[in-house]
Design a binder for this molecule. Sequence first.
Ligand SMILES: Cc1ncc(COP(=O)(O)O)c(C=O)c1O
Length: 326
Amino acid sequence: MTEQTEITRNIHEMDKHFIHPWEDITSIGEEQRTVVVQGDGIYITDSDGNRLIDGPGGMWCVNVGHGREEIIEAVTNQMRSLSYFSPWSETSSTAATLAGRLATLSPGDLNNVFFTTGGSTAVDSALRFVFFYNNCLGRPEKKHIISRVGAYHGSTYLSASCAGKMSEKANMDMLEDRVHFLSNPKPGARPAGMTVEEFCTEKVAELENKLQQIGPDRVAAFIAEPVMGSGGVIIPPDGYFKKCLEVCRKYDVLFIADEVVTSFGRLGYYFASEDVFDVQPDLLTTAKGLTSGYLPMGALLISDRLIGEIKATSNEAKSFSNGFTY
Ligand SMILES: Cc1ncc(COP(=O)(O)O)c(C=O)c1O
């Protein structure tokens, strides 16, 4: 490592004003962070001239690497021709084309795309849609959500409430009465003598038991990351997701695949749900690799089935009152 430069010292002075994510407020401004000034492919360079490998790809989002000319050119051209439009009353060829493209690439009948500002807002929108859906279908009591210990789903009130990283919940208010947690499906943590198959059966039974305990008429959705990401990169046992989906179908509970991390090449495919785990979710959230981190953006994909069921309830106007300026 080279010696700290004057530039680095100056940036550290300014950085004292920057509240970073998950900041310990008692020591705010004290940490001397690496100052990243440049990116190129898998590498970043710091303000002291050190070249480092960006192992996680930013916040697990720079899936195609830093400094890709074709992205820079596309973004620049877009900003020249149209820097912003309101998605409320107008559309744009770019957004419509992307919606169409995502509908084509996504599994099953996930043909309805709602754009968001990132992953948290995609998950938040998914949960709000699930509540909205059950209200439209005349079952306002079907609102409980099942998540898992170790899960991460975002930093809005609703998405954070579904996060299962319990130690991070201290002093942070959460929606508690409607969110339930299953144990972590980490095969490596199974008891001695238990096979992975037995472990899988146990985890799926836990979902079914939890559902019965809360009451299927009260459970709206099961939310899960195909590979639990920030909770430790937990690859579930073979067949786990497929069996969880079967349980969800049996009790008319929606399956939300949170693919904020696992989509756009992270597992070798555009989306992991179907290609890797053989499941067709009812709702799917994505972000991160969608723009490779070049712009903050996410999306919620909703199945034709759910949209169709809402349409079929009656001819009354049903506004999904959820949307973002960006
Ligand atoms: C699985 C998952 N869902 C949601 C989010 C939240 O996304 P964002 O940070 O873009 O709001 C993350 C972020 O790491 C994530 O890993």
